[in-house]
Design a protein around this ligand. Structure first.
Ligand SMILES: [Zn+2]
Length: 465
């Protein structure tokens, strides 16, 4: 079985061949911890979590690193606004991010490096880049300019290869006013000076702090090595962030390749429109989780191919919820069937995932397997259930007890599970007393509260609508 992945660098699908099959390395750019994350930040986390799960079925050891940027001007601005310490703001939002990601059934990455824990490594990398002639420190004595260290993009022959932009294109597209201390307009910041009131670390260029691009290069070098197998992130990071990571890492390592495969997920639109500040249509994961189970969000993300643009809408979320109800409904109806152990690689869904992570096909296979399980009997049914659960596990879906799924809180619930059980007991008593009027009244009362009762020989089951 072989895995093929689309590589943004070559703009083609290629067979995945790890540098060292005994230790496969995956890096994904994580969030800047200054607010709650939106659904656009959740997409790469779910996509690369699925890839991580898949790689784990193929190789004995996969090291997956996803960083936290905990020093950044946006965090500093938020801290100033709230009158809080920078570290308390970044810690709070990093933890909120972990909670949100766990709610989407994402596994914890192997390593979660924080930028501020790697300042010596970053200073070391900048020093090497300066020594090799790829970077220069501004030494003009001008306050606010002195102490910048910039990467000299003209020192790198194939700068721009990932985004396929020439230096001229990049400059033509740049709208920012070029700082006078730059030798060349396209040069980017590796290290910048900090004013007294700003956080900073001592360095050979004075007290300062790292540029954003540098963080990932230094953390990758430390935790994964000079060359890694797969680097992932959102498509919006291709330029300048990933282009600059390549420049820093390749030049620090004398031209050694940085990442063998570059993977980028597409954008998420909301009700047909781009998410933007001006439209104010950001959908925060935390808000969505008040209305939908995290598994619904995961199902929606996996129902589109990661490279395509995805349109998020209320209809899509509602229909994903119904689809999961269907799947869990099949599982609930077969609770008594003991799933047979199953080799996940023996399924169409697995083959679809090996083909550049074709999750939409894998999702539709889940439905096929569920119907097969429903229609089968005996050993065949046990096998179908085993296969369904194995494939679902690989995708981080259907991991709950079906009963718990239907009884779980759904946005706007006005009655607790205990109260429902009490009312069902009251109805059972009424039926035993042949007081059918009371029994019906209880059923109707529950219906109005969004709870449906299903009577069978085994007793009464309930579900929230
Ligand atoms: Zn990065």
């Amino acid at each position: 079985m072989s895995l093929t992945l689309y590589n943004t660098m070559t703009r083609s699908k290629q067979l995945f061949q790890p540098i060292d099959p005994a230790r496969v390395t995956l890096y994904v750019c994580g969030p800047t911890a200054y607010n709650r994350v939106h659904i656009g930040n959740a997409r790469p986390a779910v996509i690369f979590d699925t890839l991580y799960r898949l790689l784990n079925t193929l190789y004995p050891k996969v090291v997956y690193a996803r960083n936290i940027t905990d020093i950044d001007d946006k965090i500093m601005a938020t801290a100033a606004e709230l009158g809080e310490e920078i570290s308390s703001v970044s810690q709070r939002y990093a933890e909120a991010y972990f909670d949100d990601m766990a709610a989407l059934n994402n596994l914890a990455p192997t390593v979660v490096p924080y930028a501020t824990d790697h300042i010596p490594e970053m200073i070391d990398m900048v020093s090497r880049l300066v020594a090799k002639g790829h970077a220069y420190a501004v030494d003009n004595g001008v306050e606010g300019e002195q102490g910048h260290v910039l990467f000299a993009v003209q020192s790198m022959r194939d700068y721009g290869s990932l985004s396929r932009r020439s230096l001229d294109d990049m400059l033509a597209g740049a709208r920012v006013e070029v700082a006078a201390y730059k030798k060349y307009a396209g040069d980017f910041v590796l290290w910048k000076p900090s004013a007294d009131h700003e956080p900073g670390w001592d360095s050979p260029w004075g007290r300062g702090r790292p540029g954003w691009h540098l963080e990932c290069s230094a953390m990758i070098e430390k935790h994964l090595g000079d060359s890694i197998d797969i680097h992932g992130g959102g498509q919006d990071l291709i330029f300048p962030h990933h282009e600059n990571e390549i420049a820093q890492s390749c030049c620090a390592h004398d031209g050694k390749p940085f990442a063998n495969v570059w993977m980028h997920n597409g954008f998420i639109n909301i009700e047909g429109e781009k998410m933007s500040k001006s439209l104010g249509n950001f959908r925060m994961v935390n808000d969505l989780l008040q209305q939908y189970p995290g598994e619904v969000l995961r199902y929606v993300i996996l129902s589109a191919h990661y490279r395509s643009e995805q349109n998020f809408s209320k209809d899509l979320l509602d229909s994903a919820w119904r689809s999961l109800d269907t799947l869990y409904g099949f599982l609930r109806s077969q609770t008594a069937v003991v799933a047979a152990p199953c080799d996940v690689s023996d399924s169409e869904a697995y083959r679809a995932l090996l083909d550049d992570l074709n999750t939409p096909v894998a999702v539709s296979e889940l439905h096929k397997l569920a119907r097969q399980m429903h229609g089968a009997s005996g050993a065949e049914q046990a096998l179908a259930k085993g296969r369904l659960l194995a494939v679902a596990h690989l995708m981080g879906l259907l991991q709950q007890d079906p009963e718990a799924w239907f009884k779980g809180a759904r946005g706007g619930d006005t009655i607790s599970a205990e109260e429902i059980e009490e009312l069902i007991a009251k109805r059972n008593q009424a039926k035993a007393d042949r007081d059918f009027q009371t029994a019906d009244a209880v059923r109707n009362q529950l219906k109005e509260l969004g709870v449906t009762l299903e009577d069978s020989r085994e007793g009464t089951q309930w579900r929230r609508d």
